[in-house]
Ligand binder design. Structure first.
Ligand SMILES: Nc1nc2c(ncn2[C@@H]2O[C@H](COP(=O)(O)OP(=O)(O)O)[C@@H](O)[C@H]2O)c(=O)[nH]1
Ligand SMILES: [Mg+2]
Length: 354
């Protein structure tokens, strides 16, 4: 399963090369880092059961945090009473689902109990799971991503330091490449040399080109030059990495807005996706980051990382409810293949089934 981008990126659509004009800007010296290696054979597609199993193991901490609590509340209970509902509410509030969501859940549960619609604790448990799925599905999806009629699909990736931007970009580029796309990575996080090198390492690992300049270069110029370089080279996908110094710093937000403007000027309609990467282990902090970046840069989608290392996976529900933004991907590990398309049903199944 290759997810949304397969349908929308127009795999196999032949983009006819236009006559080559004189390049206005020469590519960055490091731009043509690596020749594309011979195509790697496609790995056998993972079975649905295999995918779910891997998702489950990635979400094991969240699952045990949530389910253990819920199980403890339900243990030995034969009937639903006020105590059970109160204990359940308390257990869920500490699970990062968000207070608002938990209150709504429990209000509904209480109403259903009073209408005698929930026969026993097992029915309450099923209700919980079903509502959680509803919540995730209710997120009003913004209009479908519309592919540019011509030219590459440009993704601008934002997020504070250490959330997993570069790693997510590497994984994402790998997915795109596996799906047959020609991908260019752009090192517009010029703040630290190590950040540029890290992207180059990912580029080499997965066999895609990286457009980079020296440390301290203006990120907007890096983006501009990369788009110029990409012109007439038939890239389908361009993913731009950015710096993530504290989101509370006004200058970072200014810088991001400028990068966006420059991209739009160079490539009308781009960036087609402004994706914020959030670290799930930070819990509620992720929610406030999303709010600030959304205000500053107009996000179109979210990626949630490190769901494998945290019991705070409930934050996915919280964020879905808080923002009118789709969660496109979740990261459940550090390896190349540890990025999954976010699928509410799969997610709830992974959390709620033993
Ligand atoms: N366990 C786990 N670690 C991750 C995931 N995504 C990123 N990381 C790790 O988080 C750290 C920071 O990632 P990096 O991509 O450098 O973050 P950036 O500063 O936002 O670019 C690295 O050690 C990554 O390996 C994930 O989904 N799961
Ligand atoms: Mg980085």
């Amino acid at each position: 399963m290759l997810g949304w981008f397969k349908k929308k990126i127009g795999l196999g659509a032949d983009s006819k090369p236009e006559p080559q004009p004189q390049a206005e800007v020469s590519p960055a010296p490091e731009a043509a880092l690596s020749e594309l290696p011979p195509p790697v054979p496609e790995p056998a597609p993972e079975t649905q059961a295999g995918l779910l199993q891997r998702l489950k193991s990635g979400l094991a901490k969240t699952r045990s945090a949530l389910l253990d609590k819920v199980d403890r509340v339900f243990h030995g209970k034969k009937v639903i009473d006020a105590d059970l509902l109160d204990e359940l509410e308390e257990a869920l509030v500490t699970s990062d689902l968000g207070v608002r969501t938990v209150h709504e859940l429990l209000d509904e549960a209480r109403a259903q109990v009073s209408r005698q619609e929930l026969a026993d604790p097992e029915a309450l448990r099923r209700f919980l799971k079903a509502r959680m799925l509803d919540f995730l599905r209710q997120v009003e999806r913004p209009a479908e991503l519309v592919l540019p009629d011509s030219g590459p699909f440009v993704i601008l990736v934002l997020g504070v330091n250490g959330v997993g931007k570069t790693t997510t970009i590497g994984k994402l580029a790998h997915k795109f490449k596996q799906a047959g796309n020609k991908v260019l990575l752009v090192a517009a996080d010029t703040f630290r040399a190590a950040a540029i090198d890290q992207l180059k390492v990912w580029g080499e690992r997965i066999g895609v080109e990286v457009s980079a300049q020296q440390q301290g270069a203006d990120p907007s110029s890096v983006a501009f030059d990369a788009l110029e370089y990409a012109k007439n080279r038939n890239f389908n996908v361009i993913i731009i990495d950015t710096a993530g110094r504290l989101h509370t710093k006004v200058n970072l937000m200014e810088e991001l807005r400028k990068i966006k403007r420059v991209i739009a000027k160079k490539c009308p309609g781009a960036p087609h996706e402004v994706m914020l990467v959030l670290d799930a282990t930070t819990g509620q902090n992720a929610v406030s980051q999303a709010r600030q970046f959304h205000q500053a840069a107009g996000l179109t989608g979210l990626a949630l990382t490190k769901l494998d290392g945290t019991a705070k996976g409930g934050i996915v529900v919280n964020i879905s409810r808080e923002f009118n933004l789709p969660i496109r991907f979740i990261g459940v590990g550090e390896k190349m293949d540890d990025l999954r398309d976010f699928d509410p049903a799969e997610f709830v199944e992974a959390i709620f089934s033993a």
